[in-house]
Design a protein around this ligand. Structure first.
Ligand code: ADP
Length: 215
């Protein structure tokens, strides 16, 4: 099974993808994570992407479709893929069709997380993760049980994404509205789109997604 999680920044795509990985053994293909890894490793792709990401703009379609193609090649044929943060433009959606077809894969579901944009800025600007294991927290919603100590691995180091500030978040939302939301009709025409209320609790969103995948 191959699925796309679609929704504006902060809608909870990454959180839900991690749950699907844990519960169903699917593989999460997050272009955001891959690009951040490239920036950290200082690769040529990372060098090109860094300033664009910090501004909240979109990295070129060629770069992201290239890294998705490589990630698909590394994926065992029996593993299902969760596309998280990709495709983000019509050109990427068309590239994905080709990448999947070349590998004998089909797209089964496009799940749109429907959210209230005003709530997203608060969600995003408050979020932080454990620097060691990546567990996610939030200034107002999910603090570690013991202040300053990761619940999962005990690390005392945390980090925030450089693009999670209000100004960049507004640009990311505008990019979503202008370039990503317009790809929904492509998938709607194929009867692939299902909407989930992304403002519900994490567990409720997860069970709504499970119900869609069980169909
Ligand atoms: P979010 O969904 O929270 O905005 P991501 O981690 O998916 O965050 O992406 C972070 C940044 O990485 C984006 O703002 C953009 O600069 C870049 N990026 C990620 N995926 C893509 C993509 N498919 N196309 C273009 N740029 C991308």
């Amino acid at each position: 099974m191959n699925i796309i999680l679609l929704g504006p920044p902060g809608a909870g795509k990454g959180t839900q993808a991690s749950k699907l990985v844990a519960d169903r053994g699917m593989v999460q293909l997050s272009t955001g994570d891959m690009l951040r890894a490239a920036v950290k490793a200082g690769t040529p792709t990372g060098a090109k992407a860094k300033a664009i990401m910090e501004a909240g703009e979109l990295v070129s379609d060629e770069i992201v479709s290239g890294i998705i193609g490589e990630a698909l090649d590394a994926l065992p044929p029996e593993s299902g893929a969760i596309f998280d943060g990709y495709p983000r433009t019509e050109a990427q959606a068309l590239s994905l069709d080709g990448l999947l077809a070349d590998r004998g894969r089909t797209l089964d579901h496009v799940i749109e997380l429907d959210v209230d944009e005003d709530a997203l800025v608060e969600r995003i600007t408050g979020r932080f993760t454990c620097a060691k294991c990546g567990a996610g927290y939030h200034d107002h919603f999910i603090q570690p049980k013991a202040a300053g100590v990761c619940d999962v691995c005990g690390s005392t180091e945390f980090k925030r994404r450089p693009d999670d500030n209000e100004e960049t978040v507004r640009t990311r939302m505008a990019e979503y509205r202008a370039k990503t939301a317009p790809i929904l009709p492509l998938y709607e025409a194929r009867g692939l789109v299902e909407r989930v209320d992304g403002m519900a609790s994490m567990e409720e969103v997860a069970s709504a997604i499970s119900a869609i995948l069980a169909d």
